[in-house]
Design a binder for this molecule. Structure first.
Ligand code: ADP
Length: 257
């Protein structure tokens, strides 16, 4: 087991990548603090973990709320004593033309995706400094790497997460704290179902854009997170890891079968 005696805090643990990662890190021995704004799905993940012999607690939590973070930290520390791993995974997704995006939508998504990631690091890193080490993974996206129609707001938020990750990696390297970002794209989650709906397509149709000609699955992303938070990745910090089946590699100059 790669994460024996480690405590991992995972935000947005109720669905998709957050859920699969919580289950995987638990299988590798970590105690899990799962948080989500959605109590039902977040609790369900934690119940699955505990039914499989893992050790997990759920705390309902809005990542954009500073006071909520304070209670999450208190509960995590009173239950498990520390936090070794932070996965800032909770997030919102929207596809909308720039001119139709409202200021309310802009502020809400930025608050969750950007401020939520900032607050996660702000509240957890002091514990890691005390521990003389820790690992943070911030969920960006391949949309944080290049432009896309309809993704001005989402892409801006994920671009911000990408750079915040590098800044924090620099700032906390002296404390043996590693900070890296992951950049998934075209993963089979609620997000891809929504994206397909907007485009009037089936989720699997989205695979046509992908050089590997299939959607990714959440376990493929969770495996990357597991690697990055394990000691196997001990020399990796300030780096970005793309999991998008080759979409961001470049442009095709001819049609491929
Ligand atoms: P992904 O593709 O990253 O897996 P999902 O939409 O499936 O995306 O999961 C994102 C998770 O983040 C959901 O469980 C959702 O309830 C959670 N979430 C959304 N907003 C917040 C928030 N403000 N605070 C905490 N969790 C949130």
């Amino acid at each position: 087991m790669k994460l024996k005696n480690k405590v991992a805090l995972i935000t947005g643990n109720g669905n998709g990548i957050g859920k699969t990662t919580a289950l995987l890190l638990s299988k590798e021995g970590a105690s899990i603090v799962g948080t989500d704004i959605n109590e039902k799905s977040g609790k369900q993940t934690v119940n699955e973990i505990n039914n499989q012999g893992g050790d997990a607690i759920f705390i309902q939590h809005d990542v954009s709320n500073d006071d909520n973070w304070k209670s999450v930290i208190n509960k995590a520390l009173s239950t498990f004593g520390t936090i070794d791993i932070l996965f800032n995974n909770a997030g919102l997704f929207i596809i909308k033309p720039l001119l139709e995006t409202t200021i309310e939508e802009w502020n809400h998504l930025m608050n969750v995706n950007v401020t939520g990631t900032f607050l996660g690091m702000k509240h957890v890193i002091p514990i890691m400094i005390e521990n003389k080490g820790g690992v943070v993974i911030n969920a960006s996206s391949n949309a944080g790497l290049f432009g896309a129609t309809g993704l001005t707001l989402y892409g801006a938020s994920k671009g911000a997460v990408r750079i915040m990750t590098k800044d924090a990696a620099m700032e906390f390297a002296p404390y043996n704290i590693r900070v890296n970002s992951i950049h998934p794209g075209y993963i089979k989650t609620q997000m891809i179902e929504y994206a397909a709906k907007v485009a009037n397509k089936e989720p699997e149709d989205q695979a046509n854009f992908v050089p590997l000609k299939r959607l990714g699955n959440t376990l493929e992303v969770a495996n990357m997170v597991l690697y990055l938070v394990s000691d196997e990745a001990s020399y990796i910090t300030g780096s970005e890891f793309v999991l998008d089946g080759g979409v961001s590699a470049g442009q095709s100059v001819w049609e491929q079968e």
